[in-house]
Design a protein around this ligand. Sequence first.
Ligand code: NAP
Ligand code: ZN
Length: 367
Amino acid sequence: MRITLSFATTADGYLDDCSDRRLMISTPEDWEAVLRLRAGCDAILVGAGTLRRDNPALLLRDSEVRARRVAAGLRPDLTKVTMTRSGHLDPAWRFFTEGDADRYVFSETEINGIEGLAEVISSNGSITAAFVATELERRGIRHLLVEGGAETLRMFLDAGLADTVRRAVNPQLRLGPGKGGAQFRFEPPHGARCTEERLGGMEVLTCELHPDTADEDRRWLAEAVREGFRATPCASCYCVGAVIVLPDGRVFRGYTHETSPTHHAEQEAIAKALAAGADLHGAAIYSSMEPCSQRSSEPESCTQLILRHGFARVVFAGYEPACFVHCQGARLLREAGVEVRVYPELAHGVQEANAHLDRQTDANCVH
Ligand SMILES: NC(=O)c1ccc[n+]([C@@H]2O[C@H](COP(=O)([O-])OP(=O)(O)OC[C@H]3O[C@@H](n4cnc5c(N)ncnc54)[C@H](OP(=O)(O)O)[C@@H]3O)[C@@H](O)[C@H]2O)c1
Ligand SMILES: [Zn+2]
């Protein structure tokens, strides 16, 4: 998943003032650009604080974009997403009533009154940016736009999950002491690739915090998927392939049960790398399927192994279906600061390598 943060501030860094009315910070040209940005995403997220304060509809306005989405088999509007701890959401908010969109509410508590309006996704503990990203990705979201407010933007930025940040500052608008509401300051980190432009009187800064590595990722991942076909199908295992790429360019491969009937593909590849004396810190591991987070026949899950050896990136094609256990690999890796990328366009190869399981256990699986 790619995640873009987009917000507008006053010259003194405020997202809003403290009056009763909604403060318009963007100029019409900037607002048009934000709508174009929305058009390139699948889902839009704002915190419940923003829904409560601004009651935004979060729609696409361009009828051509909506028609293109429908032609591609999607709902006309972007998937709308919000988060709440209190559970105090009003079903009359435009978030729920306007547009033709899927809607998800991440909640720590039970919510009454929105049955049939949105799918409520609850977590066992607190809701993290990693949890939100992973659960949305499982539901097919590839590009998430986070539009605020302050707490929500900070949550994604602090978790290291923002790939692109778009900050639009209105230099003509300064609130002054005591008049500001929510505040959010973003300074580009060292090394970020940023561009600046003036747009209808706004100063727009766009920073790429994580470059798009999709082409290279897909190349290595295709190899991992091919490696999975070398595994011998069995009733209680997935046939998975893994490829490790070290910062120095060395490559190690492995597949399910390659040297032991209890070894997973990631374990096999890691064992080969260690046997060759490799330091795995900063390495990338490409696995055809989400690394497991629970093992009974081995002391450590692949997720624990990946974390212990200091991998920087994990790339996979398919989330593990909940046939045997409910895998939490992607979330745990993201929460630990590992970059996780998923390319479901390569998952057909994984399904093919695991066709034996589809036939045997499909009735027990949650896909
Ligand atoms: N200028 C802009 O571009 C822009 C864009 C958007 C918003 N804004 C402004 O930003 C202000 C709102 O910012 P804000 O920081 O107060 O609110 P926010 O980020 O929109 O929402 C905060 C709320 O989201 C929920 N939440 C946040 N983190 C959560 C988590 N980890 N788990 C579960 N729920 C979580 C909580 O909802 P509950 O309270 O329901 O528990 C929390 O109170 C408004 O004034 C709005 O106008 C400006
Ligand atoms: Zn595993």
